[in-house]
Design a protein. Sequence first.
Length: 360
Amino acid sequence: MITRPATWCRVFVLLALAIGLTVSVGPVHAIGAEPSGVSSGSAATSTEAPAKPLAEKPEAAKALITVSKNTPVTADDLANIQAAIQQAVARALPATVGIQIRGTFGSGVVVTEDGYILTAGHVAAVPGRTATIIFPDGKRASAKTLGMNYGIDSGMLKITDEGKWPHAEMGRSADLKLGQWCVTLGHPGGMQKDRPPVVRAGRILYTRDDAIATDCTLVGGDSGGPLLDTSGRVIGIHSRISDDVIDNYHVPIDTFRDTWDRLAKSEAWGGPLQNGPLLGLNGQNDPLGCRVTSVFRDLPADRAGLKADDIITHFAGQPVKGLEGLQVLLAKAKPGDEVALSVRRGEDKLELKARLASRE
């Protein structure tokens, strides 16, 4: 029988964050007025698989902070956990990216200097697609989707622009322990102006060869972002978000290492291609439904007349319960379907129709 860590830990996490979890990062620039714009890439993605990244050794010059007690008792114990969380964020945040593919958005993490990115399989969706990668400082780069294992929801991209890229170290998911502290980074609700990747902390609930469960809070938009140990090493990738936002699942990092060559060679296996319906907007939760934060040019939402700050209250006649609710309803539709959208625009109520496109 699996035993969950005591619920008091969430209170301690919030307390630790409240007493000073801050990380200095560069300013995050506004997302461009045309979200579908992609910077020009120069290097073609090679089909030859690169060497598998190994777990790196900690820096010799500066010892990493380790959590002395998973169950804090004193203020010093909390301060130790806080310092370890800050350390993890400082090491991995520069490599945590937003991934924009046509009218969809997810998160990811760069794990090699030459720009290999790990994400969720459902974010990358299909091999060979063009993507825009957005770093926390606002810098953009072009990328191509590579392989994905739909069976466990792992995916990979490669930056095609020239350069050396900030990257995070890959850890070992096989070494994780029940109750161990962990950190998540990602872009809940999609990337937002002047907001860096959002930090949340929690603990490991259980691990399997094909999944890690944590009580870190996740919502739509976080998919593909990194799960970190307190040394800032990537131990998993956000995958399945449950109905309970503090009970979520991540793809273990060891599975990426084990299938690295296949992913890098743009192989797709484990299920059908993920070319489902596409609406073409970013959004966030709102008490009335899903608030639109941006609309992708020339995609169904744009052609239907949706605008930023509209609130979608119903999709195909069904009430929309936040961004996640809209995603659930969209997944039940098919490319080519014409769906009715009930929308609040200020004080006005609108009835719009959108013909869904394909993600492929």
